[in-house]
Every structure is written in C-alpha cells, then in structure tokens.
Design a protein around this ligand. Structure first.
Ligand code: SIN
Ligand code: CO
Length: 389
C-alpha cells in the first residue's frame, strides 16, 4: 500500500493553501517509489486498440503527435520522444493503487492515471491543462518548469497539441523518483526528461455547467422526466405580441428551476452521470458464472476486488435508503443495506464481513437482501469485481 508523505505540512494545510490555488513540489511524497508498471508493459498497452495512447516527438524542429495503437517504436531513436497512455489504472491493478493515497479528494473528481515514458529530451511541450494533476515521478529524472496563472496565448503546435507561449517559471525543479509535483488548472507547465524516465499523473477534473446540464437533459429524456409543458391559465391580456415579458420569463425559468429544485432527481442524475467511466473498463466476463449460493460461498472464503476505474458513488440524500450508483446505473437495495452500499463505494476490497449485516438483515426470502446478492453475483459474472484467487 502506497503512503503519501507530506514532509512540510498536513493534508488540511495542502487543501487550504494549494489545492486549486497554486502549484507545489512534494519532495519524497512517496518513499522508495518503484515504477508501478515497466516501460515495456506500458509500450505493450499502447499497442491495444481500446487503450488511448499518444506519441509526441519533434521532427525537423516541428512538434508531432500520433495516436495509438502503435505497432513499433524502433523508428523513434533513443531520445526526444514521449509515449503517453491514458487511464492505465483501468488496465493495471498495480497502477490503480496510486489512487488511494489521494483519497483526500473524492473519487467523483478523479479523471484517471496517465503515464508517460520519456527518452532523454522528451516531453509534450509547454501547455496548460484544465485539470488538477499530481505528477508522481517514477524512475529517472525530469525537469519541470511551471509558470503563473494569467493571460497565456495558446496555439496548435500540431493539430493534436495545444501549446502555450514560453513563460517565466515560478517553479523550476528536477523531479526525482518519489517526488510529486502538484499543478492546479490554468498554470502553464513543461516537463523535459533528463534521462529515460517514467511519470505517473493522477488527474482530477471537475465538470462545467454545460457538461452537467447537457447530461441532465439526456437523463430527463432517457427517463421520460420533465416533459410537462408550461401551463398558464388565467393569463392577463398581453401587450405587445413580440414581447416575452418579465412574468413570462419568470415562468419559463421557474419551469427549469423546478427540475433543479428536485433534489432526488438531481441526486439520481448526478450519481448516475458521475459514475459513468470515460475510458473503457477491463471487464473480463466469467466463462463459468457463479449462481448466488456459489457467490456467497466464495465471498466467505475471500474478498471481492473492484476492478480499476470502476466508479461507485452514493449521496447523502439517498444513502439511508441503500441507494448507490455504479458505472452509470442506479441501484436501490433498501435501508437495511446502507452498510453494504458504503463498503461497495468506499472500499476497493469487499469482504463478507462488510456485507454480512446487509445480506443477513432480512430473512432469506426478503427481496431486498436477495437483490443485493443477485447484484453482487451479476457484477462478479460481468467482471466489475473479481476474486483474486
Ligand atoms: C507528461 O507526463 O509528460 C505530461 C504530463 C503533463 O504535463 O500533463
Ligand atoms: Co500537463
């Protein structure tokens, strides 16, 4: 288990003074940090069709970017290129372990763990990101320069590379294995590898109102909600036919506001929407599926492990009713299952002990307890959780 060491301050201090505010170097953030995946394994993942990867390099002084899958890297030479693979936490349980040390930020804000392998001189060039990132240095050494927030011109250095103009650094450091550089959104930065190196970036991203409202519109359509039309009996006589007057505007706004004021609706939408994964999951469907009794038997022998990248959430409004959201779906297991819901969403490892109270809270024929067992069985059979042995 990886433990985050903050030598100079507490997590509370980090959140109060740095998170979303300013970049900081956390020297020795991970003691004795070893690469969680080898460069060869990373290069192998970038050969897969369903894994997002990019190569960035310069050719005749011009920036180039190519999207995977890749067949070979031999033509690239020994320096000045970088391979980037997204969402490696979905494909490697070892890499997925890098998320737990950052659990002081909720999972709904997590984007993914992106890994880059760079040869000497390699980097993606100066740019600005929209997300918070903890760049954890693996093997090798990389020089990072971070500029201040402000007006920075951005331009396409290549169709797939948005760069920013040179900037004055407020941080200029060489990161060594185990060091972490935290960069909030909006700060220009540029990392250049000084030797062969690996970088593990844990990214957190929030949503815009546009993302949320467009997701909400889809949710209303899919669930046939919010389709009542504006109704206005007893209207006064209207003056000026082309005018949308203030009271009509208020009525139009109130119609939309009523959707947002429905906490249960918004909670169900937010839970489902935020639990959807952006990148594909590594779902291994079982060839010999369990039935409920077999699942229970197995669970008594060993815990279930959640696959990397699976998003499971509950909200304060509905958790007492045993409601949770897993990979975009809403589940309601009933009030006796609150403990199970907490374990499902907060823990990577699910033991029989954590589920026992919920599974045994009603007699065997109670629909709610068997619904939980049915769901656990379906999830294991579909590959969302697995038994390690
Ligand atoms: C990298 O790891 O090379 C790029 C990370 C970043 O700047 O966002
Ligand atoms: Co960046």
């Amino acid at each position: 288990m990886l433990t985050l060491h903050l030598a100079d301050f507490s997590l509370a201090h980090f959140l109060e003074h740095y998170w979303q505010q300013k970049p900081v170097v956390l020297r020795g953030g991970f003691a004795d940090f070893d690469d969680l995946i080898s460069p060869d394994e990373l290069a192998g993942l970038a050969c897969e069709e369903n894994i997002e990867s990019r190569l960035v390099y310069k050719k005749d002084g011009q920036w180039q970017a190519q999207f995977g899958p890749f067949e070979s890297y031999e033509h690239l030479g020994e320096s000045d290129w970088t391979l980037i693979v997204q969402a490696v936490n979905h494909w490697s349980p070892e890499v997925a372990q890098l998320i737990a040390p950052f659990s002081f930020i909720p999972k709904w804000r997590l984007d993914d763990v992106m890994i880059s392998y760079s040869t000497p001189g390699g980097g993606v060039g100066p740019h600005i990101d929209l997300y918070d990132v903890f760049i954890c240095q693996g093997s090798g050494c990389r020089q990072w320069r971070v500029g201040d927030r402000g007006e920075h011109r951005q331009f396409a250095a290549h169709a797939a590379l948005l760069h920013t103009d040179p900037f004055e650094p407020i941080i200029d450091v060489e990161l060594l294995p185990g060091d972490i550089l935290y960069i909030p959104p909006g700060f220009p930065h540029d990392g250049v590898s000084l030797e062969e190196s690996m970088s593990f970036s844990v990214g957190f991203r929030s949503k815009s109102a546009r993302d949320m409202l467009s997701g909400l519109a889809d949710y209303l359509i899919d669930n046939e909600l919010g389709n009542a039309l504006i109704s206005d009996p007893l209207r006064p006589v209207h003056q000026h036919q082309g005018r949308i007057n203030a009271s009509d505007f208020a009525m139009i706004k109130a119609q939309m506001q009523a959707v947002l004021d429905n906490d249960n609706l918004v909670a169900d939408f937010a839970g489902s929407f935020l639990s959807k994964t952006k990148c594909q999951l590594d779902l291994q469907v079982l060839e010999n599926p369990y039935d409920e009794a077999e699942l229970l038997e197995q669970l008594m022998l060993q815990p279930m492990q959640r696959i990397g990248g699976l998003r499971c959430f509950y909200l304060d409004q509905t958790v007492a009713a045993g409601v949770c959201y897993i990979d975009g779906e809403r589940y309601a297991f009933g009030e006796n299952c609150q403990a199970a819901v907490l374990a499902l969403c907060d823990q990577e490892t699910l033991s029989y002990a954590a589920l026992q109270a919920s599974l045994c809270s009603a007699d065997l024929f109670d629909a709610r307890s068997s619904e939980l067992l049915c769901a656990l069985t379906r999830w294991v059979n579909a590959g969302y959780w697995y038994f390690a042995e």
